[in-house]
Design a protein around this ligand. Sequence first.
Ligand SMILES: [Zn+2]
Length: 309
Amino acid sequence: MSDVRQHADDIHAQFSDHIDVSVDDVEERLTTLVDEYKVPIDEARRSVTNHYLEEAGLEREDISRGGSEAANVEDVDEPEQWIDLTAKVIELWDPRSDSVAQVGLLGDPTGTIKFTKWAKSDLPALEEGGVYELRNVVTDEYQGRYSVKLNSTTVIEELDEELEVGDDTSEIEGALVDMQSGSGLIKRCPKEDCTRVLQNGRCNEHGEVEGEFDLRIKAVVDDGIDAHEVIFDKEATEDLTGLSLEEAKEMAMDALDTTIVADEIMDDIVGTYYRIEGPTFGRYVLADDVEELDGPADPEQLLIKARSM
Ligand SMILES: [Zn+2]
């Protein structure tokens, strides 16, 4: 089903009890806005919904939902889905744009997810620690990370109950089979909140900058079934390799080459068997707790284990 058709279906479901309108009528209105007037689908949906609200003489609260489905945080794996979430506001962050009224982190027993509430949506303020039923929020995706957006059709209801928040911790046990580029001694952009890794002394956002050294490993760990991408931050890298940032800098200075650090680390860890625990961040697992397991993994054993599962 096309995107527009899906939205038409949702809107139709909301009004079918109130007015005599067909899905085709709704779709035609949406299509006109989207195709002829180049209105973004979110806005088109709002506009068409408003049209039918007026025609039916209803307020927004009066229409049944049915456009969105109840979901858990862990279910969010596709952008542009309309869902209902029951979630707790774990943290509020400072919005960096005037178009955003509130931004922060929501959580439910299955995990956590970023939310954005648009300023123009004119919704009541969410409070840190509050538990809410959020109906009609839209999922979004950016670089493999999902978020939800609260828009002007969103209905917010504060609930008088506690909600346990789960984290998305993963545990992987397997052989570290590869180290990716961007590992070892790297330089990050020093501009506030940026921390992007520099490529040839340049930040994608801020251009040429005086970078700050950091240690990091991006590794692939194979548990015999799947390959997982794991990131080790400075502390985890120092723990894993026994090499401190200072020592890494000295090593690079002596060799007049930063890549020597990555080479050294790679020799040390590739082929070793680890148990790694940590939160998932998009497609990455952030190594929080790392345990080296006995000896290098026997590939033969791994294969047998994989086949038996
Ligand atoms: Zn930067």
